[in-house]
Ligand binder design. Sequence first.
Ligand SMILES: [Zn+2]
Length: 185
Amino acid sequence: MVSDRSPFLGGALAWVYGSDPPVRCPSCGFDWSTTSAASLHLIGGVPDALAELLETGDGMAPPPDGTWNATSYVWHLSDLARSWSERWIQLADSPGARLAGWDPDELARARNYGELPSVAALWSLRTATATLLELTAVMDPTTSFEHGDWGTGTVADGTRWLAHEYVHHRRDVEMRVVQESRLDP
Ligand SMILES: [Zn+2]
């Protein structure tokens, strides 16, 4: 099961979970054997789910522990969707190419996620996700790439990785959004 994972997915899972990656993510329940088609379906449902959460709750409230607020995770997903869309364009032109990496925390600081509004984050995620899904649907899922940290993977692997990001961070938003009934008057 673990042995059939590409270097990219193996490296990604080791980065997330350590040396003994689970079949399902213990935090969000994502099944790491999810197919590409099911991954796209999961990704496609997240923008609406997050819009519903943030329309009834406050995504901007800073967590007491100083970590990202709920809306920051929407920005993170949006930036992931754009970055991987750009990577698909790169790979359509140059299969097997090396993907340039970026640090999500540095990007969050540079973009000032904590002060960017929820309404813009939701628009950004919706448009970026639509583009990602359109591009992924026409990519050959066996097209390979070279990830700087984790090694060789395919478009199918990247799609599964993204599906986990969407599902996992939807849960982060759920946990951090402050529902209006709990706000001070
Ligand atoms: Zn997870």
